[in-house]
Design a protein around this ligand. Structure first.
Ligand code: 4NP
Length: 162
């Protein structure tokens, strides 16, 4: 089976989407599925290209048992060919992605919180200008959403769990 490729997208690629990527990769490894998935993240904006994730987000995630790192990059046209799933964090990211999408592309674009049973129509709020509690809130939302997304992928791609 070819690998399932997933791309998490936010605005700056320093707060929400790198954390979603980090949580996804950790959960995939915990379930022994490391060979089956490729995960990456990016931003719709160019502000933070080349930057590591926001230190507040990294510290909060570490307190929750998730260690991750990445370098910010901007969404590109090639992503619509490369990735099977594109997961915008909020409605604004979704609109930006749709406006950039070529006429034909293979990716399925699904808002991240579609997989959050507590708020399937909701957005993952941008924590950048807020306080510590905002980062914990984002962590908890992504922890739930990414876990259910992975369940969905396992079912959708008929992945055997040993
Ligand atoms: P992110 O958060 O989209 O979750 O990475 C933001 C990071 C930076 C900015 C906005 C949101 N900014 O305006 O620089």
């Amino acid at each position: 089976m070819s690998k399932v490729k997933v791309l998490f997208v936010c605005l700056g690629n320093i707060c929400r989407s790198p954390l979603a990527e980090g949580i996804f990769k950790k959960m995939v490894l915990e379930r022994g599925l490391g060979e089956l998935f490729v995960a990456d993240s990016c931003g719709t904006a160019a502000y933070h290209i080349g930057n590591h994730p926001d230190g507040r987000s990294v510290e909060n995630a570490r307190n929750n048992g998730v260690d991750y790192d990445s370098l910010a990059r901007q969404l590109s046209l090639g992503d619509f060919v490369e990735f099977d799933y594109i997961l915008p964090m909020d409605s604004s990211n979704l609109r930006n992605i749709e406006s950039l999408a070529p006429a034909e592309f293979k990716s399925e674009i699904i808002k991240m919180r579609y997989f959050d049973q507590e708020s399937p129509d909701g957005d993952v709020p941008d924590p950048y200008y807020g306080g510590t509690q905002g980062f914990q809130n984002v962590f908890e939302i992504l922890d739930r959403s990414v876990n259910s997304f992975l369940d969905y992928l396992i079912e959708e791609h008929k992945i055997n769990l040993n």
